[in-house]
Design a protein around this ligand. Structure first.
Ligand code: NAD
Length: 250
């Protein structure tokens, strides 16, 4: 994707899993990548590795639920590398919970990590994109709000809302040349998921649900993100794209 070369890209939750794949792949396209994460040693290690390899990659330790801190990190990146023309709202945390135990504070906490920061990051990058007359925003959602897995009501509510946010902001920002899309991975094999519950048995069970053989890996998701970020998708906005091996729609 030649249009991504030199393009400033901001990614949240870039220190592991799908976000890490995105940091690596955008860097490989020649983009200038800024990413934030609470996983500080992992973020620093990734940024150092890619910088040593000659890429422009900057890591800022930041909890995206601290909206002011996240705004500052986005502003610092813009001062150093230019206004973000691509934003990937990727950070999330899918903790299982029983609906009957949910407190008001827990609700706020889950919405903050899985939804709220995405809106405020858009608000932070939009002025620069408006000045440039172009931009692409990608909100990570999930297959899970379409198939509804057990014990994830708050995560699934946030992920459903993420697509609502996509559609609404696509309307708000579209005439300024800014596109907003939702990218919904299926069950994706990341180090954290392997640690949590992926075994050969669960991965085979997931595969059995999909239309396609095999499992989804982070780079499969990232390839769609690159397309949505690049000028190749210039007339695509307000859409949801599933990279799920054909699970949810079969
Ligand atoms: P992951 O847990 O491997 O990585 C998420 C990253 O976000 C981590 O590095 C984590 O430290 C960071 N993070 C979490 N809370 C943060 C906070 N408050 N501030 C800053 N950083 C924070 O997750 P993943 O599996 O790579 O998922 C990436 C995205 O894809 C998420 O939006 C997730 O909901 C979505 N998704 C993943 C799957 C899957 O199967 N892996 C499926 C559907 C959707």
């Amino acid at each position: 994707y030649p249009s991504l070369a030199g393009r400033p890209v901001v990614i949240s939750g870039g220190a592991s899993g799908i976000g890490e794949s995105m940091v690596r792949q955008f860097a490989a396209q020649g983009s200038k990548v800024g990413f934030v994460d609470i996983a500080v040693p992992a973020g620093e290690k990734l940024a150092a590795e890619l910088s040593e390899a000659g890429h422009t990659v900057r890591f800022a330790p930041c909890d995206v639920t601290d909206i002011d801190a996240y705004r500052s990190a986005i502003a610092d990146f813009a001062r150093a590398h230019g206004d973000a023309l691509v934003l990937v709202n990727n950070a999330a945390h899918d903790q299982r919970h029983d609906w009957s135990d949910v407190t008001s504070a827990y609700w706020d906490d889950r919405m903050a990590v899985n939804l709220k920061h995405a809106f405020f990051a858009m608000q932070a990058v939009a002025p620069g994109m408006i000045r440039a007359g172009r931009g692409s925003i990608i909100n990570l959602s999930s297959i899970s709000w379409m198939i509804m897995t057990p014990q994830l009501p708050l995560y699934e509510t946030a992920k459903a809302a993420a697509h609502g946010l996509t559609r609404s902001m696509a309307r708000e920002l579209g005439k300024s040349g800014i596109r907003v899309n939702t990218l919904s991975p299926g069950a994706t094999v990341t180090p954290r998921q392997i640690e949590l519950w992926y075994t050969e048995t669960t991965m085979a069970a997931i595969e059995a649900q999909q239309a396609l053989a095999g499992n989804v890996y982070p780079d499969d998701v990232t390839r769609m993100a690159l397309f949505l970020a690049a000028d190749d998708s210039a007339m695509i906005s307000a859409q949801q794209f599933l990279v799920d091996g054909g699970w949810a729609n079969t």
